[in-house]
Design a protein around this ligand. Sequence first.
Ligand code: VG1
Ligand code: CO
Length: 543
Amino acid sequence: MAILTLATQPFAGQRPGTSGLRKKVSVFRQPHYLENFVQSIFDSLEGSAGQTLVLGGDGRFHNRHAIQIIVRMAAAHGFGKVLVGRGGLLSTPALSCAIRKHGAFGGIVLSASHNPGGPDGDFGIKYNIGNGGPAPEKITEAIYARTATLAQYRISDAADLDLDRIGHTTLDGMQVEIIDPVTDYAELMRDLFDFESIRALFARGFTMRFDGMHAVSGPYAKVILEDMLGAPAGTVTNGEPLEDFGGHHPDPNPVNAAELIAYMASAQAPDFGAASDGDADRNMIVGRRFDVTPSDSLAILAVHATRVPGYRAGIAGIARSMPTSTAADRVAAALGVPCYETPTGWKFFGNLLDAGMATLCGEESYGSGSLHIREKDGVWAVLFWLNVLAVTGKSVETLVREHWARFGRNYYSRHDYEAVDSAAADALMANLRGKLASLPGQTLHGYTVALADDFAYTDPVDGSVSRNQGIRLVFSDGSRVVFRLSGTGTEGATLRVYLERYEADPARHDMPTQHALSGLIAVADQVAGIAARTDRHRPTVTT
Ligand code: VG1
Ligand code: CO
């Protein structure tokens, strides 16, 4: 076996977005494309010689091939050991858990998360640091800078590994261990939650459906829900990871998980429904004939945290991404703890969690998590809800309605305009930026603009500043409209418009969401000129 040094040339555009580098599979299949990016990651690390790297992915098309390449490059780079999930599988939260548990230097997760898979779908790669979380911008920018100058990469010429057999082997002097992808993670969940109470809940006949969307969460959900907690076999549906996710879009929202939503609205609906995304870091929570918004979910978990063993001592603070509704802010105020507002993307929560400033974090995009790891965590959120349902004996709907009665309701919706012409989307954002100074004081469709800005964030721990994180209009009644361009899409641009309206009066908590937000929807179009500039007259996806 030998270490080869191969000449290469830079590829344009290898800049990590909101969550790693995501491109079409066809882009990743170009010779040297993956290798260049991996070498750029390795070249940006200091002190990795002899250390441990954790490696796994969501099982999508190209996953196994990429794993073989990265293991051989890790050996060439001088890592001491690589831990690989069996079959090349590790959910994003399980990878974060494994980095922390095994004291690894870092990890690489192969996923394009909620983006579709298969030969014509998307692929992605992301580097996580030693705290288990996504690399901060300082590192992702260094990686990107390196991709622009790379002239060679190093790789072992060793034969392919057997990824399917648990155990130890060596590759060009580097240890390789194939680990069960579920074990460490399941143990962590058992330590955080009241498994006795949840087991008793299922024993009393409580019913649920977990839709794995043929992504990587299935094996985790089956072991934990069906084997450890005694949920009936068949509770987990679409539980086998498939390379193309069965042709579906593994994005757990009411549009892409329509089958689960329909089932939860039917006469056979179980007590509880949930779904997760490609890499199992997102969650959707559904009650019987009752959907829960991710922003409400975060707020409700925070209120009930002390009912859960892992959070019995209370929470130090909450962090939410800027577009996420302010429901959690009201809970933080009631608990007397701070609520931090960060840019979109989990990498911004890492410092707050490491510093002990926040305990729970969440995003409106069906993501929530806590200091137990440094990624958002889909199965964790489901277990948190099950724990609260078990110890309160209440239904999902009752818990949410009680929450609204106490704190008020934050009507919330996100409108996505996908695959919009990039130039038109950039022009729309530039035009909005140009208008910011003139908006405060204006009244539009009955809403008076109190603040209009381009969100910038100063990390309170390391002082780093992230600018241009979304245009924010805040109105005098606390309602908000936020505009951002997606940093995870692979086709044209995706414009996201986030809409939020606060309603304190319980007599007005039963309006259809889009109706409650109709005034703000009109404001958004008037200010941004969405229809005129993109020629789109309705969103591609409304969640
Ligand atoms: C989207 C979401 C963001 C999330 C990111 C990664 O980013 O809005 O909240 O952190 O996806 O989630 P963007 O830039 O497209 O809006 V995952 O589960 O796809 O890794
Ligand atoms: Co994801």
